[in-house]
Design a protein around this ligand. Structure first.
Ligand code: DQQ
Length: 535
């Protein structure tokens, strides 16, 4: 296979060629899922941004239509940047997006509606001159940092409300706007939320989650049975952070719970490569679905050579964990329809230094679910409270340095003789109060090729091992992607890697243990994945 194709994904969404970034305006309308995304029709680096448009019946197999939005008006002449869709009862879908008006990147908010609501595919979108642009930066608002409108929600006080991401100096801000008719918008006196020293808040997202249960909620739902989630994408770190908190609808203020921290130290949807995400409510299955963009980790020159860059992560169902402290995410169930041949491994013991191959599947294009168990935590290494940054800790310890309980887990995209591998693994420490569990997806040894970004992505897993000495892991392996879900989706990490040897049918999968405590692979199921039908 050619170099440009060998790292293309088989079931993660990507167009046939060119650059993509943020998912935009995802929605379900009249039986069809719509995904729009930032796209460069002219090349594989960022630029010339339009809204590409793909449709699906199952969130996995896609048809690409012509771009829905491209620069065509004075208010979006320099780009159609990110935004969201709202389905307005009785009217149909409305897109809100950011138009760039000049070469100084001055940003305004615009709207677009389907040209013909009777077209089941909603192929053509129009930007009426009446009311457009619907928002320009008021005095005191930084017009070159004013973008990415959210899906609107309807409040009991008779207003539609949206958020727009911004910053004032180094303070990240989400401004709130109200409208009675969806066309005339007035800025609220106070932002819904802001935080010092976090920089630009790109792509804010704001939605209710059920306090008890995993069903999703329509964006306008409120009441005592809900909490709210506020997410922003921090330009300074290129990660998506969220808090769980309370929305005071009468004051239009959001206050995070004291269990979640705003900003760099806070909770993340994903501790790897996952940015500018956006969620939507899917009424057909009563779930909330989260899309996120995974950028390349190779160089710009590589992207030019490949002729493509950027993928979308597998859409994830998202809900509030029973602890109320964090969210849980899981690949949409439709993905399982791509599962082909299955192999199993049960009660496989792994002593220190063991690694065992999982044979019989296409290991470079696979889905793996595994549960590990261990008899005792006595040998766990002592946790040093200075280790607050999981990624630094993973970089320091890696998968090769022997531990007490762990490192154990999967070696994905491995070459036969382990010249290359991307380990996804747990490492357990004895903390002052309880055990500290680290989940790591370490790209350090992923490729013999040097000169690329090979981060040791990692996050901590909030789990109580005292009663249940087990940890579970699912990894979606797709040529240049390893997208992993720890403990049922509590801590998730997407890595982009570019093996040179472990490509196509030269890719292998192993389970391993490099700690003194023996580990049991209680149950492992792995499937060859069929390619998704994306045209
Ligand atoms: N990407 C868009 C912006 C957004 C950024 C431009 C986030 O609207 O803030 O392509 O990746």
């Amino acid at each position: 296979i050619s170099v440009s194709r060998q790292h293309r994904t088989a079931y993660h969404f990507q167009p046939p060629k060119n650059w993509i970034n943020d998912p935009n305006g995802p929605m379900y309308y009249n039986g069809i899922y719509h995904l729009f995304y930032q796209y460069n029709p002219k090349g594989s680096v960022w630029g010339n941004i339009v809204w590409a448009h793909s449709i699906s019946k199952d969130l996995i197999n896609w048809r690409t239509l012509e771009p829905a939005l491209y620069p065509s008006k004075p208010f979006d002449k320099f780009g159609c940047w990110s935004g969201s869709a709202t389905i307005v009862p009785g009217k149909g879908p409305v897109i809100l997006y950011t138009g760039v008006v000049d070469d100084k990147q001055t940003q305004v908010q615009c709207y677009a509606v389907p040209e013909d609501l009777n077209d089941p595919l909603l192929r053509k979108w129009v930007k009426p001159d009446k009311f457009n642009p619907i928002l320009v930066a008021n005095k005191g608002v930084n017009g070159s940092a004013f973008r990415d409108p959210t899906t609107a929600w309807w409040s009991k006080d008779g207003h539609w409300k949206i958020l727009v991401g911004s910053r004032r100096k180094r303070r990240g801000i989400a401004y709130l706007y109200r409208s009675k008719d969806f066309m005339t918008w007035v800025q609220a006196k106070h932002p819904i939320h802001s935080k010092g020293e976090t920089g630009m808040w790109e792509c804010p997202d704001f939605y209710p989650v059920l306090v008890n249960g995993n069903q999703g909620l329509e964006t306008s739902e409120g009441g005592n049975h809900v909490k709210h989630v506020f997410k922003n994408s921090l330009d300074m770190t290129r990660f998506d952070y969220y808090t769980v908190g309370t929305y005071f609808e009468d004051k239009d203020r959001y206050v995070p719970d004291n269990t979640s921290v705003d900003g760099w130290g806070g909770l993340r949807y994903d501790y790897g490569n996952f940015y500018a995400s956006k969620s939507f409510f899917d009424p057909s299955k009563n779930r909330r679905i989260l899309w996120g963009w995974a950028n390349e980790s190779d160089t710009k020159e590589d992207d030019v050579r490949k002729g493509w860059a950027g993928i979308q992560a597998i859409p994830r169902t998202v809900w509030l964990d029973s602890t109320g402290r964090q969210l849980v995410q899981w690949p949409v169930e439709e993905l399982n329809n791509l599962r082909g041949k299955e192999v199993n491994m049960n009660s496989q013991k792994l002593q220190k230094g063991d690694y065992v191959e999982v044979k019989g599947i296409t290991a470079a294009q696979a889905d793996v679910e595994v549960t590990f168990s261990f008899a005792s935590l006595d040998k766990a290494e002592t946790y040093d409270p200075k280790w607050v940054n999981a990624q630094d800790l993973c970089a320091q310890k890696g998968s090769k340095l022997q531990g007490g309980v762990g490192p154990f887990g999967l070696l994905t995209l491995a070459s036969q003789n382990l010249e290359e591998f991307t380990p996804v693994f747990f490492r357990i420490f004895k903390g002052p109060v309880k055990h500290v569990v680290l989940l790591c997806s370490d790209a350090t040894s992923s490729s013999l090729k040097s000169n690329m970004y090979k981060p040791s992505f990692a996050g901590f897993v909030d789990v109580d091992l005292a009663t249940n000495k087990k940890l579970s892991l699912r990894s979606l392996i797709d040529h240049s992607v390893v997208e992993s879900f720890g403990e049922g989706g509590k801590t998730n990490i997407l890595s982009r890697v570019y093996p040179q040897l472990a490509v196509a049918n030269q890719g292998h999968l192993f389970v391993f243990n490099n700690g003194t405590e023996p580990i049991s692979v209680e149950n492992l199921k792995a499937w060859s994945m069929k390619p998704a039908d994306i045209k």
